[in-house]
Design a protein around this ligand. Structure first.
Ligand code: NAP
Length: 355
């Protein structure tokens, strides 16, 4: 496939923290090309390069900078859109696009817990794409969601441990980066020289989304996983990369070496299918006694791998460890791209085919 034959896609909310990441990742994508960018009325009608406060380390491709920002309404020519919309508007807007026959892959929380919407981490629950059969949008329309950024990091090691030993309970404390709070984000007067032990709504998302993702699809509906998750979330002065300190209780005993082996060997359908955004190894277990660290490890495998370190016995539960994932790549735009690649590779987006 030449670059011009790539599938045209839209990015909804393209001027935000996650929207920019989509634009950057899509520019190099072998299957998709950015055909439309949308945002709020504040930005619509302006060239993207003027409307956006570009905060990526890589340059803004000139052909994207020249695109006119469209209002966030269906009607442009793209069978697939990625939504990085503010949650206050995402729910209604995404339903409208799907009702017009557009396939939506969303980062917003609005539809994540809808019973007929897959909450997808492609290595962890690829079979949940079958929930699309329960959606009643016209031909081509559908909604798939990507979990919260801290949930995604937690899910991959939990999937590996749950399959091997059974998870009974999880306690997690997150140290989350400021890029997770969008643009312009948390004021510098609040975050510099500081840690904020509160992120609105975040703990509930981690506790609930985890159980849906690791639940079983049974008779066309998800039966949630039956363990307990307790989360405490903090915002720290790091630009990108969420660190999570996790204690896990297991049904069957496992020592740290067994857990490390299981997590290191973990692979999923995206690796089997060699999807373009799939990391070769979803989980990297690091040896360093002070690893993982955001600055050192967030870009592992182009930001798509989760790094785990300090796996050791826990005096309350079975094991404890630290894990790290890139919140706007694996935890948002990159994770959503992988969802779309999986859906396409499995023929779940009517009207378009894997190139
Ligand atoms: P953000 O930086 O605040 O960007 C929000 C985007 O939505 C902007 O493009 C904004 O356009 C657009 N928007 C706002 N109000 C709108 C309206 N009424 N109509 C149309 N567009 C509107 O937020 P973000 O951090 O990128 O997050 C985007 C979504 O992803 C949110 O739902 C968030 O919860 C979720 N998410 C974020 C992360 C992360 O790490 N940041 C991770 C996972 C999921 P203007 O520029 O024109 O205002």
């Amino acid at each position: 496939m030449t670059r011009d034959d790539r599938i045209p896609v839209g990015v909804l909310g393209a001027t935000g923290s996650v929207g920019q990441r989509f634009v950057r990742l899509l520019h190099d994508h072998p299957w998709f090309r950015v055909a439309a960018v949308t945002a709020s009325e504040r930005s619509a009608g302006r060239p993207y390069g003027e409307a956006v406060q570009w905060a990526q380390e890589e340059f803004l491709p000139p052909e994207i900078a020249a695109l006119e920002v469209l209002p966030t309404e269906p009607g442009f020519d793209a069978p697939l859109v990625f939504s990085a919309l503010d949650a206050s508007v995402a729910g209604e807007v995404e339903s409208r696009f799907a009702s017009e026959g557009v396939f939506v892959v969303s980062n917003a929380r609005s539809h994540r817990m809808d019973p007929d919407v897959p909450l997808l981490v492609p290595e962890a629950n690829p079979g949940h794409l079958d929930l699309l059969d329960a959606q009643s949008f016209p031909e081509g329309g559908g909604i798939v969601t990507n979990p919260n950024c801290s949930t995604i990091g937690l899910i991959l090691p939990l999937r590996a441990l749950h399959d091997a030993f059974g998870v009974r309970q999880v306690h997690v404390v997150t140290l989350q980066a400021i890029s997770g709070s969008g643009i312009p984000g948390i004021p510098s007067m609040q975050i510099l020289d500081n840690v904020v032990p509160y992120i609105s709504g975040e703990e509930g998302k981690l506790e609930k989304e985890t159980l849906k993702i690791l639940g079983d699809l049974d008779g066309g509906a998800i039966r949630n996983a039956e363990f307990i998750v307790s989360a405490q979330c903090t915002r720290v002065p790091v630009f990108d990369g969420h660190l999570e300190m996790v204690s896990v209780g297991l049904e069957r005993p496992a020592d740290p070496d067994e857990a490390i082996e299981v997590m290191s060997a973990f692979r999923g359908v995206p690796q089997e299918l060699e999807l373009p955004s799939a990391p070769l190894r979803p989980i990297h277990v690091l040896d360093g006694e002070d690893h993982p660290q955001p600055r050192l490890h967030r870009n592992l495998e182009r930001g798509m791998a989760v790094s785990v370190g300090r796996v050791r016995p826990c005096s309350l539960f079975s094991l404890k460890m630290g894990l790290l994932s890139h919140n706007t790549v694996r935890g948002a735009a990159g994770g959503a791209l992988l969802c779309a690649e999986l859906a396409l590779a499995q023929g779940r987006i009517p009207g378009i085919r894997r190139p």
